[in-house]
Design a protein around this ligand. Structure first.
Ligand SMILES: *[C@@H]1O[C@H](CO)[C@@H](O)[C@H](O)[C@H]1NC(C)=O
Ligand SMILES: *[C@@H]1O[C@H](CO)[C@@H](O)[C@H](O)[C@H]1NC(C)=O
Ligand SMILES: [Cu+2]
Length: 468
């Protein structure tokens, strides 16, 4: 990576500045724990040098777009103002919207630390009661999760149509290019669907193709060709495909009734390779008073095999937490479905060790307060702790990319990995009698979910997690 010399000297100042910030943060932790104030301190003192640094990156005429991006990332890293792992409402943009619903898409995973998922997109569809989403197809393999409500989805394939009633907790793999239409078959409740998209041709870019509607792709064709194709006057063809205009419409009660006469979860034997799988109906892998973990994985479900994605539903009871753990090989994209909580992760990439090379290994705390709609990423092998708030359960939907043969390694609690070490290995590694190690590593008796901390750390006492 190249840097202008003015920028490097700048960095030194930023580093000094960071040291001051640390002292400041220490004083704060002190205050928080002793006065036990609940004031949410927000470290709003934005590093005044960050905008200048970003400006310098922009001015480097000789830089390619990639170099400029790396330069910006370096600025943020230097100023301690970076969290590439957490996304909020502001990071979504609207793809489609009408009075009856909308579709939003999360910005691309274009940070250099998210290279492993750069070809995935996350999107959320919201349909008001009785909304109808017009037929369309798109160039991405898709996994949908019904987060709320009841719908009916039709998948049109060259040889046949499959219509399936869907409900909360359902998962469905939609192959790229399938023409899909959808209704919310409820009179009161909104239908919310979370989609994970894996584009097939242009990395990180998903295009939707509407045959019917004011943007119909038929408009791109010459009149003569359309006339020949439909054996009808081209103006009539165009008029017909303009359809009702909008791509999200409202259906009448009778239309909804007619469109929802389908089997729940599809027609038997869909469970093998087609139809939906309900995540909530799976037997929990882990369950106790502090939470539950359910999973649908490619191992048991053929429709998830090709895309190699698993989905987990984690419900941490209020006041509880998930044990510290790491995933061996899956990259997790978590979405907070309901509730609120807090998470912390240890990341070597964001510490000074990896940027300057040579420095001793260290891990930086990445933390975030999360609430409904927050999206967070946990890269493989990064230890993470997820805590529910004191007054709300924390419900998470987790898309696990590269799920085949992934293992979760527990770092505390009943089945933690330390317990498996031989006595001598414990004594050598920990430098104390293995009995003492067992006292600590063996104290917590709960498996996976456990009682949470007495207090959740406040923002600001820790590294600031603002994302730009
Ligand atoms: C990533 O893409 C978003 C748009 O999706 C853009 O606003 C942002 O600047 C990009 N980030 C980087 C680091 O290039
Ligand atoms: C999450 O757990 C709470 C209680 O532990 C329960 O009331 C709630 O229904 C659960 N949510 C889901 C979606 O299972
Ligand atoms: Cu990392």
């Amino acid at each position: 990576m190249r840097f202008p010399s003015s920028l490097s000297s700048h960095s030194t100042q930023l580093v000094k500045k960071r040291t001051r910030m640390k002292v400041f943060a220490f004083v704060l932790i002190f205050c928080v724990s002793f006065i036990s104030t609940t004031t949410s301190f927000e470290a709003k003192q934005q590093d005044p040098e960050l905008p200048q640094c970003l400006h310098l990156c922009k001015q480097q005429q000789a830089y390619s777009e990639t170099e400029k991006r790396e330069c910006r990332e370096m600025c943020k890293k230097e100023s301690g103002d970076e969290n590439p792992y957490v996304f909020e409402e502001k990071h979504f943009s609207t793809v489609m919207k009408s009075d009856h619903g909308e579709v939003q898409i999360l910005q691309r995973f274009n940070h250099s630390l998210l290279k492993g998922i750069e070809n995935f997109r996350l999107s959320v569809l919201v349909g008001n009661p009785r909304a109808f989403f017009s037929p369309a197809h798109w160039d991405a393999e898709t996994v949908i999760f019904v987060a709320q409500g009841k719908g009916s989805i039709s998948l049109v394939r060259p040889e046949k149509r499959e219509s399936i009633n869907i409900k909360c907790g359902d998962i469905l793999h939609i192959p790229s290019g399938t023409t899909v239409y959808l209704i919310n078959r409820d009179d009161n409740e909104k239908l919310i669907i979370i989609k994970l998209l894996h584009p097939v041709s242009t990395p990180g870019v998903v295009e939707t193709f509407f045959g019917v509607g004011k943007e119909s792709f038929f408009k791109a064709f010459s009149g003569e060709l359309l006339e020949a194709a439909f054996k009808t006057q081209c103006s009539r063809v165009e008029k017909m495909f303009e359809g009702a205009g909008d791509s999200i419409l409202e259906a009448s009660e009778e239309q909804i009734r007619a469109l929802s006469h389908h089997e729940e979860g599809g027609i038997w034997p869909f469970s093998e390779s087609k139809g939906t799988i309900n995540l909530f109906e799976q037997k929990p892998l882990k369950s106790n008073d502090y939470g539950e973990l359910r999973e649908v994985s490619p191992k048991e479900h053929r429709q998830l095999q090709d895309i190699n994605i698993a989905l987990a539903f984690i419900n941490v009871t209020k006041g509880g937490m998930e044990n510290p753990f790491y995933n061996s090989k899956s990259i997790n994209i978590g979405v907070v479905n309901r509730g609120a909580g807090y998470l912390e992760m240890a990341c070597p990439h964001l510490s000074s060790h990896s940027s300057s090379g040579g420095a001793p290994i260290s891990y930086r705390k990445v933390n975030a307060h999360v609430k409904q709609g927050t999206v967070y990423i946990v890269p493989p092998d990064h230890p993470v702790i997820i805590v529910a708030s004191k007054d709300q359960n924390l419900e998470l939907v987790v898309f696990q990319i590269n799920a085949r043969d992934n293992k979760r390694f527990s770092l505390a609690g009943k089945n933690n990995i330390w317990k498996q070490l031989e006595k001598e290995a414990k004594e050598l590694a920990f430098g104390r009698p293995s009995r003492e190690v067992d006292q600590v590593a063996g104290k917590e008796d709960e498996d996976w979910f456990m009682k949470g901390p007495s207090q959740i750390p406040q923002d600001g006492a820790y590294i600031r997690m603002r994302t730009e």
